[in-house]
Design a binder for this molecule. Structure first.
Ligand code: HEM
Length: 575
């Protein structure tokens, strides 16, 4: 429509300014009847396209009215000719004219649609989502075009870097330190707050009840947030699938984690732990002690366990995959924190080339499994199971070094239950104090500090109406440290709160313990991780007592999982 109007305007202009009057009246069959008619030649330029059109004009005292008589089109030059006697040709030419007009209208409509779509995505939609959320009393940062320049995300990274640049004092009040920008948002805006990732609104929900409702929702309206496709290089498989595909894959994988199957894996777990203990024993000096960065050691152990159970090989054989995966993790976190522009990932920058090469390397690493199996399983189990369990064990060693009374209690229980032999699954089930300690460490130092969802449909939940297209962040770390649910001693290490099990650990038995998630997507490897952690801790307690090295700095950060920033140097004393 817009184009038609401009075309008409340009016709009118051209005719008045450059039209050359051609007296072809006599050639026209009907010209005698329309004495005042004239043929006018006009030229219209659209870019490098030149339209030369001859039109029949009927003049009156004040107005021109045009009717197209003929058009013959070429790409660079379009020339209209009049065949006064050949009406068939006239008709054909009129069709050509219609074709050009249609083409012009279509391309103009496409351009217009694209423009409108951009305006809709970058401005109108975020603004209307913001309005919808604010109408419900939700506070937070406002959407503006600066969000595309990093906005809230950039601030978040800056605040985190600043906070993490200095160590914190040696205590367990870690929530404001680990998630500083989220902490500031809660202080400023309350339990539900709004911020932005480019044009996507992000709701930070720190109400555990709402969190449980969202995680257990089965409507399919809450999915895992769509990520920068570079993040996909790290992790595919069941944890990133949705709907029917997810249900099928989860059903397929679940039996592998049944207790009976895990019992069958016990020899693999114990032989990896024996390797760890022997390595540590070999490091003991003549004074009967040694200093070890247990963070690195537990990474090796967790990798070894997954290699032996999932890949059927030992850690050394799977090492290449794991090292590449570690490198990929750093590159992917960088991609995750950067602003995503579609297509940017295909630009062969040094980092993008490396990201794709790593993915290829993994495909080429020879192994009994099919390439697809390696990619899926490596990404899934290795990513989901290695970092998490390794960091859980690392924090346990740090915390038990800080609370040596609990270290003693746990050792006493292990020696009473298993003596000095390698524990079996039965023994592990009877380690109550060890379980309490491990749960309390998971509460204070959850390896997964926040879980995320994204709405794909407008959903009413817990009295809130969440529109489609909103990211939701559920900070497990905040729930685990909230005095409202855990009491005024929420920031203290008190394993006894788990003495009667997880369900009775909180005030009024409200369940706010989500280290392994909640609902249909809860962690598949929970029992796997528990066996591994118990086995390793029991064997360490049998062989060593331990304390924090003076070089340890209490400085935490999250790089997918919660980790000590400068490692975990621990002094071991062989018993
Ligand atoms: C301390 C150790 C671990 C912690 C804290 C942990 C935590 C979690 C959490 C919080 C989720 C839910 C994520 C969400 O809903 O968005 C999850 C999912 C998952 N975890 Fe773990 N995990 C641990 C160990 C493991 C291990 C050892 C494995 C496998 C060997 C594993 C495999 C998985 C899988 C496959 C999922 C995805 C389930 C699904 O989407 O259906 N995890 N884990």
């Amino acid at each position: 429509m817009f184009l038609l109007l401009s075309l008409k305007t340009s016709l009118e202009k051209s005719s008045s300014e450059t039209a050359e009057l051609l007296d072809l009246e006599e050639q026209l069959p009907w010209s005698r009847r329309r004495r005042r008619s004239r043929i006018t030649k006009i030229e219209i330029r659209i870019g490098d396209l030149v339209l030369e059109v001859k039109v029949l004009t009927q003049t009156s005292e004040t107005t021109f009215s045009y009717s197209f008589l003929a058009l013959v089109c070429r790409r660079q030059r379009l020339q209209a000719t009049l065949q006064s006697t050949n009406l068939i040709s006239l008709k054909r030419n009129m069709e050509n004219c219609t074709l050009i007009t249609t083409l012009l209208i279509s391309s103009a409509s496409l351009v217009l649609y694209g423009l409108m779509r951009v305006v809709y995505v970058v401005w109108w939609r975020p603004k209307s989502l913001e309005k919808e959320l604010r109408q419900q009393g939700i506070q937070g940062t406002s959407f503006n075009l600066l969000q595309f320049h990093g906005g809230d995300m950039r601030k978040m990274v800056k605040v985190s870097k600043e906070t993490w640049s200095k160590p914190m004092s040696l205590n367990h009040h870690i929530a404001p330190y680990v998630l500083p920008s989220f902490h500031q948002m809660v202080q400023k805006y309350g339990k539900v707050s709004l911020s932005w990732i480019q044009s996507r609104p992000r709701l930070l929900l720190t109400d555990p009840e709402l969190c449980r409702l969202i995680l257990s929702d089965k409507s399919g309206h809450f999915i895992k947030p769509p990520v920068n496709p570079l993040v996909d290089l790290l992790q595919k498989g069941v944890s990133t699938l949705e709907g029917e595909k997810w249900a099928k894959r989860r059903k397929l994988i679940t039996p592998a984690f049944h207790l009976e199957n895990l019992k069958g894996m016990a020899p693999a777990f114990s032989s990896c732990c024996v390797d760890l203990i022997n390595r540590w024993k070999n490091s003991i000096t003549s004074s009967g002690t040694c200093e070890i960065d247990v963070a690195l050691e537990f990474q090796k152990l967790a990798g070894d366990v997954i290699a032996r159970t999932a890949f059927g090989s030992c850690f050394e054989e799977g090492k290449m995959i794991f090292e590449l995966q570690n490198e990929q993790l750093v590159l992917v976190i960088e991609a995750f924190q950067s602003i995503y522009f579609p297509g940017l990932r295909f630009i062969p920058t040094k980092k993008n080339r490396r990201r794709y090469n790593i993915d290829k390397c993994k495909e080429q690493s020879g192994n009994d499994l099919t390439i697809e199996d390696i990619i899926e399983e490596c990404k899934l189990f290795y990513f989901a199971g290695k970092e998490t369990t390794a960091n859980w064990l690392t924090w346990t060693m740090i915390v038990l070094s800080m609370h040596t009374n609990w270290q003693e209690k746990a050792r006493e229980e292990v020696l009473r239950t298993c003596g000095n032999k390698v524990p079996d699954v039965e023994n592990l089930n009877n380690l109550k104090i060890v379980s309490m300690i491990l749960n309390e460490v998971l509460r204070l130092y959850p390896p997964v500090t926040a879980q995320q969802r994204h709405t794909i449909k407008k959903t009413n939940i817990g009295g809130m109406s969440i529109p489609s297209g909103v990211d939701i962040w559920l900070p497990t770390l905040f729930f685990h440290h909230d005095p409202e649910y855990w009491g005024d001693d929420a920031g203290e290490f008190k394993p006894e709160r788990f003495a009667e099990g997880v369900s009775k650990a909180t005030k009024d038995q409200q369940n706010v313990f989500y280290p392994f998630g909640w609902g249909p997507r809860f962690c598949l490897g929970q029992n796997f991780a528990m066996i591994e952690a118990k086995m390793a801790l029991a064997m360490i307690l049998q062989t060593f007592s331990f304390e924090l090295s003076p070089s340890y700095t209490h400085s935490l950060f999250t790089l997918a999982t919660l980790q000590p920033q400068h490692g975990a140097p621990i002094i071991l004393h062989q018993l």
